[in-house]
Design a protein around this ligand. Sequence first.
Ligand code: AMP
Length: 393
Amino acid sequence: MMAHSSEIKASEQDTQPILPGATLGILGSGQLGRMFAQAASQLGYYVHVFSPEADSPTGQVAHRETIADYDDTRAVAKFSKSVEVVTLEFENISAAATETIARDAPVRPSGQVLHVAQDRLREKRFLQAAGIPVTPFAEITSSEALTSAVEEIGVPAVLKTAAWGYDGKGQAKIATATDAPQAWQSLDCQPAIYEGWVEYEQELSVLVARSTVGEVAVYGPIANQHANHILDLSVYPAPDLSAIAKEAGDIGRAMVEQLDVVGIICIEFFLTADGRLLVNEIAPRPHNSGHLTIEACRTSQFEQQVRAICGLPLGETTALRPAAMVNLLGDLWQTGEPRWQAALADPLVHLHLYGKREARPGRKMGHLTVLADTAEEAVQRAYRARERLTSER
Ligand code: AMP
């Protein structure tokens, strides 16, 4: 039977490459969008950013900007008519917005991928159904459910709001059973997920890109360290993770296939002392732990995002040299402007600043990346450069 002409058009549109010179749309205007726009510009694309914020990290470097709410259907529809494809730099975009866009331009990754990733419970259930190991968890929508979760899963544990959480926001640790009711109250008794605490040896991530024609490229594992629930340090290649590199990569590949991802996703893992890999969460976009790919890898995560959503061949992911990245949070501004020249006194230091005017504690303002002969040296030089930002005052 002949396919309907609109079906032919849709499938052709799905695999026809979008070539340099076209305009790419991005939802969200933070640092991930900024670095996406920089990579897209290098490849000769134009970028149109849509977000509610003025003077944003992405808006400062994009070619075109729409400042409107994501639920402003008319603005969203107008935006989607001005671009060939739409990608995103954060996952909390409503289904209504992605459906409006999808009438005019493909959304990559799709609304279905976002639907899974924007709710911690849906995400954990998806992973469980796919046979991917996760920490024991339970849905909490009542005090009774909380009591039975404490009994069945035990303590220590962490309670996280199911929706809208990031960087440890909307989370409360539970050390003893008696802490549990108070912890849920601190989250305003919102629908939550109760997770068994993982005594991990190491946190790590892999990034996986998948293009419109199903080509897949993997980065990682990248070793990550958090401070106050916010990423502090990433190292790649991580020498002591070689034993689990294949397993982590295979899980990443399985995830992009099963979710039918077009774009790039990050999968965050815990590695336990007895060598088990547990998936913590999936981000359907580039990730902070992948920032070091800009200098360290033949193709950065942002260039890969551009190539994947445009249906271009993917680039090589190989690391050129051991690299370390440290985040620069707003806390560094507490006693005045950091001393940039002191950090850059080490010629191996690369400075990235995101153009954010207001430096609040915990806010990601920029990062430093160092490539060196060994991962250890890269880490030490990155730490030292960050310390010099605020020393000698
Ligand atoms: P998340 O927002 O889920 O990425 O959590 C932020 C950070 O909190 C993680 O990177 C871990 O350092 C820590 N964390 C989250 N969930 C757990 C858990 N179940 N067990 C141990 N640490 C956790």
